[in-house]
Write a protein that binds this ligand. Sequence first.
Ligand code: ARG
Ligand code: GLU
Length: 724
Amino acid sequence: MKKNILSFSLLLFICVKTFADEGMWLPQLLQALNEKEMKRMGLKINAADIYSISKSSLKDAIVSFGGFCTAEVISDQGLLLTNHHCGFDAIQNHSSVENNLIQKGFWAYQKEQELQNQGLFATFIERIEDVTKEITNNVTPSMTEKERQSQVDKNINQLKKDFKKENFEDILIRPFFDGNKYYLFVTKTYRDIRLVGAPPASIGNFGKDTDNWMWPRHTGDFSMFRIYADKNNNPAAFSADNVPYKPKRSLKISLDGLKEGDFTMVFGFPGRTNEYLTAAAVKQVMTVNDPAKIAIRAKALEVLNGFMRKDEKIKIQYAAKYAGIENAYKKWQGEVLGLHSTNAVQKKLSYEASFMQRVNANPVWKNSYGNLLANLSVAYKGIEPYSYARDYYNEITPRIELMGIAADMNSLVTAFIKDSSSYANRKEEVLAKLEETFKEYDASVDKKMFETLLELYVTKQQAVYISPMLQQSLNRQQQSYSAIASDVFGNTAFASLEKIKTILNQTPQEAVNAIKLDIAGNLYTDIFTSFATNVSPKLNEMQATINQLQRKYMQAQLDVFKEKNFYPDANSTLRVTYGNVKGYRARDAVSYDFYTYMDGIMEKYKPGDYEFDVPQKLIDLYNKKDFGQYAVNGRQPVCFIASNHTTGGNSGSPALDAYGNLVGLNFDRVWEGTMSDINYDASICRNIMVDIRYVLFIIDKYAEAKNLIAELQLVHPKKTVKKS
Ligand code: ARG
Ligand code: GLU
């Protein structure tokens, strides 16, 4: 009997716990849409404690970090926590062969040691407002997509002009639900962001590419920064006179960890999802676009690998680029696998069938929405060759850096034609930019990249999309890509900063003449022009049709499935996602636990390996079990997983417990669940977080940065609850 009651309550527990998980919710709508469910799942605070504009709330501790990641304020002196891979570019910029911070890590034991980072910023969201009415004013259903966009842009500009704000605030207006809704964000951006701490990459990126997108994970993926403000606590350009920012809110840190089933939420800036695509569109991603991009990146990585393994300087120069290319390369592979294994296309088809059933049963809907899906299918079929050509162009031209340099140099010709001050200004900009580019540039790497990727560009595409100039040179040089590469790199001035400076030191007229004659400049122009003539116009026209249809389809879904709670696709705006800590069943007979411990680091440890080596000091601490207050029953937790729905941009986002205390740092998703950007599946989609106690252990015991620990507010919520 007792056993029956137990299993009954267990069943009830499971039913209650398997609620939502899916969704990236707007913080200002939590109270209306999610609060009840969140509390049912275990939340112990109110929606207004998460987002409020009248009192301090958790949102006041969250920032967009450089526009590509999330970070959170964890002390009353503006200390920021984010991922190691989010701070990586900054860490790399402060590194050299003699002083390699990627390898050694970095810790500021005093504020004077903190390092300035040009261009890095942290943006707070002050408040969010629905401005749909203002932005869709004078927009009519009969407008073409172009007409609509110009009316929307006009309304946005008008509203930005009229909107009352302080002069240190900015306004951002973004479309949601494919343009069926518009929200306005009042933001405050700080631009003096200094590097405070980072573990060595052997801890911060332990397992590197082999473990990336994988569970079980043992990565201490964190780094620390500090926001500096002027004397009034407002944003200011870098200055030695700036002082640590005093936040409206900083997160308390829980030392209690989570157990299976516990509520958790992630608060941050997810970049982009496509959850409302049709079956036809999903199929295209799986069979055309992802495979094209994967094939190109495989080649690019092969090229970089060849150089980076042999040359220490190149390894540092290309570290961030390599990680970026590899990251999406691996993700897309997981995405394709996951879309297959979860029958995403079939799932979308049955969703569409029930959509059509409801539409057909209602004459008004039938009239306006009856042909939507059929039209979308036609539109996706039509765009296919152009989207493939776009992927080739977008993947290849940025990888061959000479192409980007040529684009910058060519822009001087355009500026020169305009007037002399445009030329002078542009020259300053280009020089400043190229100064940075060449710090992380090696012409022999780029030459190999040029040779390798242009071969793909020519052989994997229809002839109509290929640059005629490249075609002709190939014909002249017996189809040899290496001969063309030698010709271009042997004769261009654009692969060397010295030569570029020599050109730009001449009179503007002489410089422009030289630029116009450059072989790389001309080739870039031809590749660009052939894309701009043969791909862009059709692509844009068809994309406009698709955008219009997707907007209507989104509206139709909102109308037809009234009982459903919809969330808008991610668009780099602030969101809350919530779920429960839990493992998952990956495939037949394979199930994953939800926590990892330092024992797992030692299991993976391979001395001398570039991915799985760890510092001796970490091993010593492990052997002595010197974990301080951060261990559980003598074992040091490292990472855990939960069913929070996250995506790129959520890196560095805080993982919070039911009380809003910081328990971890989001940094990845599991391999089987990387298709969640297109088809979230609660049974296998898990986000990966580093346990905050591992972060603290590294700061406290490994780095011995007691100064940083002293700034934090550490709490024991579970003990407090037990006592009361
Ligand atoms: N996959 C994670 C994300 O999408 C982590 C990437 C950084 N790590 C790496 N090995 N490249 O950003
Ligand atoms: N690592 C990702 C990022 O940089 C987060 C993982 C994901 O895509 O979910 O934002």
